[in-house]
Design a protein around this ligand. Structure first.
Ligand SMILES: Cc1cc2nc3c(=O)[nH]c(=O)nc-3n(C[C@H](O)[C@H](O)[C@H](O)COP(=O)(O)O)c2cc1C
Length: 161
């Protein structure tokens, strides 16, 4: 399968998680492309700033998509939500949401983030696979990301077909 990993990451954690997933998928014979979501404003970090998504939002070349975001204020970043609104050719495809978060418990914004991403992509006609949240504080989150990457790659099967 051709799998797109569309990820917003300000400080690199969610991107690192996406890269681990990409490697796990490639190890199983899939193609995995990472699209880091960029904006025309280098510093949007809340909800109020104006920004435009400058990354390629066309998913036509992907069979399935992983959408990733940091948790910001108990929610997905406004940047990934804006990106989801602009995704093209996502209808009918499987989408798996991922998130990373600073706080130690997934109920401190992680679960809500996965739900909000899931609802947004469902509204675009995608079918949602179970999402994964990585909490950082008090966790060996590198290990959690590696384990989750292996499990996520299992959702997509073991061959390139
Ligand atoms: C503006 C902002 C708001 C944040 N809000 C939360 C939050 O509500 N809950 C939480 O657990 N972490 C929060 N964090 C921490 C990030 O979710 C966490 O560090 C994440 O792994 C960063 O991902 P990134 O490196 O891909 O940008 C916030 C970080 C920023 C910059």
């Amino acid at each position: 399968m051709n799998i797109g990993i569309i990820v917003h990451s300000k400080t690199g954690t969610t991107l690192a998680f996406g890269e681990l997933i990409a490697q796990a998928l490639r190890d199983k014979g899939h193609n995995a492309d990472i699209v880091r979501v960029e904006t025309d404003n280098s510093s949007p970090a809340g909800g109020s700033e104006e920004f435009t998504i400058t990354s390629d939002c066309d998913c036509s070349k992907f069979d399935a998509v992983i959408v990733g975001s940091p948790v910001w204020a108990f929610s997905p970043s406004p940047i990934i939500m804006a990106c989801i609104q602009q995704l093209q050719n996502i209808s009918g495809k499987k989408v798996l949401p991922i998130a990373t978060m600073g706080f130690p418990f997934t109920w401190m914004g992680g679960t809500r983030t996965i739900k909000m991403i899931s609802r947004a992509v469902e509204n675009k006609g995608a079918s949602v696979l179970p999402g994964r949240v990585i909490p950082k504080l008090f966790h060996n989150y590198q290990k959690l990301m590696e384990q989750a990457a292996a499990e996520i790659s299992d959702y997509f099967g073991g061959s390139a077909g």
